[in-house]
Write a protein that binds this ligand. Structure first.
Ligand code: ATP
Ligand code: MG
Length: 593
């Protein structure tokens, strides 16, 4: 007999220092509860250690991701975290990642990056050895730590500087082959979401620093999520950062010329608007909606050129959508505005200084006349008419769509929700194979760059996303698939000659049936055991106490519903095993053929 039955986790021996009090700097439920339930501990801002309980949950989650990647033919490997800086110079991404890239020098002054993602390393890995179209396609993945010096690490595991990611990379000889694997990856991500018990949505997205054009994000829906999602009953769903929607600005028409249909637009009219220097103040002053105004954003792009961008007053600028000539657009401060002859709060398109470049959001193209600043203090202009009173140099799609804007597919008003991005799939095309000269020989003997895809899944982030979706005031409510153990047997009186052996026996029999069991055999009050069990979030809790045993019963508490039922001691093992197996099936899904 081994000294400790390794199949049963004994809480009396487990390193699981749960916390009674909420940690002060943890705003979100997942952050707070993962700390309190002794799953993780902070090392530094955005850097965490996993304690035994957190590690068990993380391993189970990782295993689900692994199974679903293996099922679509991706092959597991393991690449180094340390990457020679030259690779990043070669791909041009050392600059693009900028300060987010963590790096160091060795004793010989050679620079290395700590991997934030792995496109460079894998492309170079295959470029000399994957030679023929006959060997394609290939899809390789690993589950490895990633490093990003995020500007604002926060929310615990959700936005960390060190985090666990599953990243897969695929190589193809045709776009059709890429499309097929991309679809398989997307399907695999959907299955992972289901098996993790997540409520989720796949959305159209922006490709950010990874590159490529076709990309989709997988969002765990949660009010605390950082991503804004816009969706429609027709099936359209997009990250608001990248979405194009139909924005319908309203004309400000005090004379009612549109209603009477007389067709003649009055001359631009100065309105006295004393101290009305913001869109909100203007809308209040004229008692109109913000979307009946036009706002001006003056700034300077990377090339130093001052520009003004006009947007519907109700909408914000979507930075990700800015065209290249407005890259790194920085708003001008008061002094900067004055220097180019602009008056803060009263900027408009009529009579702008010549040296300014003038852009406007496409949605304004349909607006017959605009309510804008008059370029003089305390005045606005109504009926400023494009073509007649001013010209726009370029129409661009830069407004960030909102709830209520119209679906680009079916023109119904869009609805909004928030999400946590747990995964993203990209069609990279030849971006990396070209910059890193990675080619294969095609059927006709010609060198061709690989057509590539990449597929990231946030392993540690999705653990926190699960908690964000599954918790209550008492603690975490783990879905069975990732719970650190499936059943907790609470020995309610450790020194009781009835309770102690009955609890031991039950735990042992459950373990023998292949159930993951934790036995709370700590010499503490029953109340402490109840609280910890709910805080840690064991899906099934079995309460073994003297009074029940005397009546031949034990009590089963289901964490999710809180429902307690008395079950016969003699049939307890069978009943529990059956329940757990049923619940497991819910998360297993049918295997892919
Ligand atoms: P975000 O927009 O949230 O910063 P990203 O789009 O930069 O994420 P990707 O490059 O697509 O992230 O990385 C793949 C996955 O890695 C993401 O979908 C996410 O689940 C996870 N991830 C990215 N950044 C972090 C982070 N700072 N902390 C934890 N997980 C992260
Ligand atoms: Mg992403």
């Amino acid at each position: 007999m081994p000294l400790i039955d390794t199949r049963i986790i004994r809480l009396s021996r487990l390193y699981a220092p749960t916390l009674r009090e909420d940690p002060v700097d943890a705003e979100l439920a997942s952050h707070r509860l993962l700390l309190r339930a002794a799953m993780i501990r902070k090392v530094a801002s955005g850097v965490y250690s996993f304690l035994p309980l957190g590690m068990r949950a993380l391993r189970k989650l990782e295993q689900i991701v692994r199974e679903e990647q293996d099922a679509i033919g991706a092959q597991e490997m393991l690449m180094s975290i340390i990457q020679p800086a030259e690779l990043w110079y070669e791909s041009g991404r050392w600059e693009v990642y900028g300060p987010e890239l963590m790096h160091f020098k060795d004793r010989h002054e050679h620079s290395f990056a700590l991997s934030p993602t792995q496109e460079e390393l894998i492309t170079v890995l295959v470029r000399d050895e994957l030679r023929s179209y006959r060997e394609l396609p290939q899809s390789l993945y690993h589950i490895q730590w990633k490093y990003r010096d995020e500007i604002r690490p926060r929310f615990g595991l959700l936005r960390a500087r060190e985090f666990l990611m599953k990243d897969a990379y695929s190589f193809h000889a045709s776009h059709a082959s890429l499309q097929q694997h991309y679809d398989d990856q997307a399907r695999s991500y959907g299955r992972i979401c289901e098996r993790l018990g997540l409520t989720w949505r796949a959305v159209e997205a922006d490709s950010g620093q990874i590159g490529g054009k076709v990309t989709r994000e997988f969002m765990a829906l949660a009010p605390a999520g950082e991503a804004r999602i816009l969706y429609c009953s027709c099936g359209f769903a997009a990250n608001a950062e990248a979405a194009s929607a139909r924005i319908v600005p309203q004309p400000y028409d005090p004379d009612g010329v549109l209603e009477t249909g007389c067709g003649t637009i009055p001359a631009a009219r100065r309105l006295s608007t004393p101290d009305v220097g913001t869109i909100a103040a203007l809308a209040r002053f004229l008692q109109i909606e913000e979307r009946a105004t036009v706002k001006a954003l003056a700034g300077r792009a990377a090339d130093g050129q001052p520009s003004v961008v006009f947007l519907p007053g109700s909408h914000e600028l979507a930075v990700l959508k800015l065209p290249d000539d407005l890259a790194e657009f920085e708003p001008l401060d008061d002094e900067g505005l004055a220097r180019v002859g602009l008056i803060k709060g009263f900027i408009g398109p009529v009579g702008l200084p010549k040296e300014l470049r003038i852009y406007a959001d496409r949605s304004l193209e349909a607006l017959p006349f605009w309510l804008v600043g008059a370029n003089e203090p305390n005045y606005h202009l109504a009926y400023a008419t494009p073509g007649r009173d001013f010209t726009i140099e370029r129409w661009i799609d830069v407004a960030a769509p909102q709830t209520g804007d119209l679906c680009p597919l079916c023109s119904q008003p869009l609805e909004g929700q928030r999400g946590i991005e747990v995964g993203q799939v990209f069609q990279l095309g030849t971006k990396y194979s070209e910059s890193l000269a990675a080619t294969y020989m095609d059927e006709d003997g010609n060198e061709q760059p690989f057509i590539m895809g990449s597929y990231g899944w946030g392993v540690s982030r999705s653990l926190a996303a699960i908690v964000e979706q599954h918790h209550d005031d008492a603690g975490i409510i783990w879905p069975l698939s990732v719970a650190p153990a499936e059943v907790a047997v609470l020995m309610l009186a450790v020194h009781d000659d009835l309770v102690q052996p009955a609890a031991e026996q039950l735990a042992k029999q459950l373990a023998e049936r292949g159930i993951e069991v934790v036995l709370d055999d700590r010499d503490v009050r029953a109340g402490v055991k109840f609280n910890d069990a709910d805080l840690i979030g064991w899906p099934y809790q079995v309460l073994v106490g003297r009074r029940g045993l005397e009546a031949g019963q034990i009590e089963l508490k289901e964490r999710a519903s809180g429902i307690r039922t008395a079950i016969d001691q003699t049939t307890a093992v069978d009943t529990l095993t059956k329940r757990v197996r049923e619940e497991r099936r819910r998360y297993l899904l049918q295997p892919l053929d």
